[in-house]
Design a protein around this ligand. Sequence first.
Ligand SMILES: Cc1ncc(C[n+]2csc(CCOP(=O)(O)OP(=O)(O)O)c2C)c(N)n1
Ligand SMILES: [Mg+2]
Length: 478
Amino acid sequence: MSFSIRKSTLFISQLKSKMGLLGLPKQNSWSSSTYFHREAQVDQNFRYPDASFNGKATFLSSRRFESTKAQESLNILTDPDKNQVLDFPGGKLKLTPEMRFISETPCERAHCYRVLDDDGKPIMGSTFVQVHEDVAVKMYSNMVTLQTMDSIFYEAQRQGRISFYVTTVGEEAINIASAAALTIDDLIFPQYREPGVLLWRGFTLQEFANQLFGNKDDYGKGRQMPAHYGSNKLNYITVASTVATQLSHAVGAAYSLRMDKKYACAVTYFGDGGSSEGDFHAALNFAAVAEAPVIFICRNNGWAISTPTSDQFRSDGVVVKGRAYGVRSIRVDGNDALAMYSAVHTAREMAITKQRPILIEALTYRTGHHSTSDDSTKYRSADEIKWWRVAQEPVAKFRKWIEGNGWWNDEAEIQIRDSARQQILHAIQVAEKVEKPPTADIFTDVYDVLPFNLREQEQLLKETIKKHPQDYQQNVPV
Ligand SMILES: Cc1ncc(C[n+]2csc(CCOP(=O)(O)OP(=O)(O)O)c2C)c(N)n1
Ligand SMILES: [Mg+2]
């Protein structure tokens, strides 16, 4: 349908007669939810979300355009500038005689929030949430442990001791800094490249190794692929391979936290590839409408296996999609642990106190292969990988900051790297010796009473193992 708009009320009256049911907005249509009244430092930022942390107001307001109920009449109002204003469900909007399309590209790309410069020094004028020494040291130690886990477990896969592994190389700051900014009550809905969140919460190296080796101490009873960790105790929902399905789960869980008036939020992690799934769009929209306290953390690492972001979307990355769905958003340097910590800490306060979703696009780069099933040099240049590995390495950058504060030195570095290595090697040795869960476990925990087809399959499997024992691992009890 196309029509021209003149500065007359003709089209409005036609519309009115066609639709008949357009009306006034609710009195409180700009107000935010009033579940929590805790005065947070983010209040200023909440009122002026396009303002920086130091509260400088900018040209856009933070009003939420809530839907209004259609009522009897359509109102044409005139504002003080003599512009005509249409009172439309969803809120008032200005009418214009100009036929102006909204451009598909902004004049300028969304800025990226960064605190530390390349030398690990806070950029002049940067605003960030202060991290105490003990937290900063734990953050750095966890990042080193994650790096060490990645190199040893990756090698274990290459030696054929485990079947599969996914590294987090290059994304250690997103993992650890975001985890540090949350509390254990916040529910985590991960993709597969965030084991650091679990590490931060206290999942032991032995628990990681048990899962990777699929032994009988693995909580998934060996039924998940390696690196698909989960922990009830640590509020970390088990990783699912199906990309982006966790997003809508997080929204539902956040809505339930809201109904229970809990001082907690749901946090879901996903990649740029995840944002290309329909689930991402459904989840953002639903979260905005339901006013669910959920933080969406997108790790935009440039690639979805071999598909670059340029073949996934033509928008200015992922952050801009938040506004389309009415979700407050920020783009952050994901390789800057201090910026990540500050953004997630602030997002958490906003999500919970104001009962709203927040989208964080963390810019980073997957410097490792997608997984042990991938060779990324087949689709990207070695120079590109090297630049990120050397010039933008997140762990080294954070080390410079804590060293600059006098919280770290070479001796501590040698000690943590040595200790992490010893502990991981020990965990592997133990996990390898623990017996496997029984084959019968394959059929449990889904149905209360096993349906006939699964009973048949179980029987068949037992007979096959008996007939061809050489084809099956000896250390798996039937
Ligand atoms: C629904 C679905 N489609 C495809 C796949 C295969 N697949 C596994 S990981 C992946 C790429 C995901 O990329 P991204 O979300 O950017 O995460 P990253 O691996 O870069 O961290 C794809 C396509 C899948 N697991 N699930
Ligand atoms: Mg990706």
